[in-house]
Design a protein around this ligand. Structure first.
Ligand code: C5P
Length: 258
């Protein structure tokens, strides 16, 4: 992407909301998932750095566990963050911490409520995807700037997916209901990007349980577009994902010549 397509210094109007208020029970017992360390640094800090690495991002709002906002503020204060965007010519990235809610949706809503005027593009990024490359972040922002009300990064699936009749008993056999054509399916990642007004309206209007923000925009009947995701934008959900994330970081350090 050329520098010309990025917002001007005076018009850097993209903010990121990072919902980080989940307990992450699937990772096993311990600290809230976002605060688990990857190579000694909390996953949340990796995620914040990944967002602030984009020169287009002027504000990062972290949504902390309801009882953990002070702890998260202290974490941001004690870790080096790219406060100045890498080029040094696009202004600073600001950071805000707000307490989260009972659901991911509620946490994102609290993050949106904290946005100042003048922001017109909002990304929502899971703290649980700490390693997303900056090119993916920029591709999402660019697609919103090009006029899409909602943009998701996504990858084709390696596995065939079956729809089942879920069993009430965990581990019991389940009946297959359908097999969607794999070529038409995509595994969706974050950051998801939105025209701010569209996302605010979606959060005001849609009350159904959804697993991503773009799903709410779909329910408004608006177009959601897909841009290529990245294999390193995977979600750290299970213990094996922690191993993979540390391997990715080790490979990056090697490639960076450390
Ligand atoms: O549970 P799941 O992995 O889908 O959570 C996705 C993201 O939403 C995580 O970053 C998690 O911290 C966040 N979340 C939140 N508030 C909640 C539940 C989840 O911010 N109440």
């Amino acid at each position: 992407m050329s520098d010309d397509s990025r917002p001007s210094p005076s018009g850097a109007r993209t903010a990121v909301v990072i919902p980080a208020a989940g307990r992450g029970v699937r990772l096993g017992p311990g600290a809230p998932k976002a605060l688990r360390a990857l190579n000694g640094t909390p996953m949340l800090i990796h995620a914040v750095r990944a967002m602030a690495a984009s020169r287009a991002v002027s504000l990062v709002v972290v949504v902390a566990p309801p009882d953990g906002a002070a702890e998260v503020k202290a974490l941001l204060d004690t870790h080096a963050l790219p406060g100045d965007n890498p080029s040094g010519s696009w202004g600073k990235t600001d950071f805000l911490v707000v307490p989260g809610g009972d659901s991911r949706q509620e946490s994102v809503k609290y993050g949106l409520d904290a946005l100042p005027p003048g922001i017109d593009i909002v990304l929502v990024h899971d703290a649980a995807r700490p390693l997303v490359p900056v090119d993916t972040v920029d591709a999402v922002i660019e697609a919103v700037r090009d006029g899409a009300p909602a943009v998701v990064p996504a990858l084709p699936l390696a596995d065939t997916v079956k729809e089942v009749e879920p069993s009430a008993v965990p581990g019991a056999p389940e009946t297959v209901v359908a097999t969607p054509a794999r070529a038409r399916l995509r595994a969706v990642q974050t950051p998801q990007g939105f025209d701010r007004d569209t996302l605010v309206r979606a959060h005001e209007t849609v009350t159904d349980d959804v697993t991503d923000d773009a799903g709410m925009v779909e329910q408004l009947g608006l177009q959601v577009v897909v841009v290529p995701g990245h294999e390193e934008a995977f979600k750290v959900t299970r213990p094996l994902d922690l191993v993979l994330a540390e391997a990715v970081l080790a490979r990056r350090r090697l490639n960076d010549g450390f």
